[in-house]
Design a protein around this ligand. Sequence first.
Ligand code: URA
Length: 281
Amino acid sequence: MTARLDPDAIPEMILFLEQERAKGVRFLRLDPDLARAWVEGAGALDGGRFISAVAVPARVASSGAGVSAKRQALETLRAKALACAKCPHLARTRTQVVFGVGNPEAELMFIGEAPGADEDRQGEPFVGRAGQLLTKVILAMGMTREEVYIGNVLKCRPDVETPSGNRKPTPAEMATCLPWLREQIGIIAPRVLVALGDTAVKGLCSEISTGITRLRGKWLDFDGIPLMPTFHPAYLLRNPSPIIKRQWWEDMLAVLEKLQRPITEKQRGYFRSIATPHGES
Ligand code: URA
């Protein structure tokens, strides 16, 4: 017999399995009734849906004790996103969907363009060299990676010919993926968004055509949330000029001000002397 899974049930299945794994469960006994429920047309169990009358809802609910509503909502969304195949070419080539990481209650959310090779392998955004620089700047802002939320406009690595190569996501790919991010932002409801790089800005605000050099440092709006466009950390790795560093840092200071976070004199001073050698600060 060929067993075919009900595609609608897959996100719930993934959620259940991930929760079991988080609890340390390594092996599951497959209940024959449950297995039958997975098979399309099993009918007797809630139209063949995995989440049916079998024990799953109770177990999912019990593991949710003490978990914030936002975390639970994000987990549900994540489970759905992990099964997304709206871009078949990306679903075929990705190692995994890179959904996002961080605090579901974050006040601040960083948004990049798309996972690279490291992120595709590890399933977490901004873990490569650019990510390490982003982590440094978050720490310099007086925060931690765990305190903020980090995601990308595109949740799959753009397919490339060579495993080490990268390409930018296309506007069409970003538009297809944007609803996931929009829902993510809707759940987290951060007070401030930071778009990292030109591609991320265009992915969020497709009506904008101005380049990032002119756009950076000026507040935009995304679904009613203040959005700071700034450089991508990979750009700083390629152009480690003190002026660019200072501009990037000034954008972060503006973010801290918007969040009404205290800023020390030391923080205010980073890169200032180098970037403004003629004393025009
Ligand atoms: N660049 C991005 O835009 N996102 C990542 O997750 C990694 C690198």
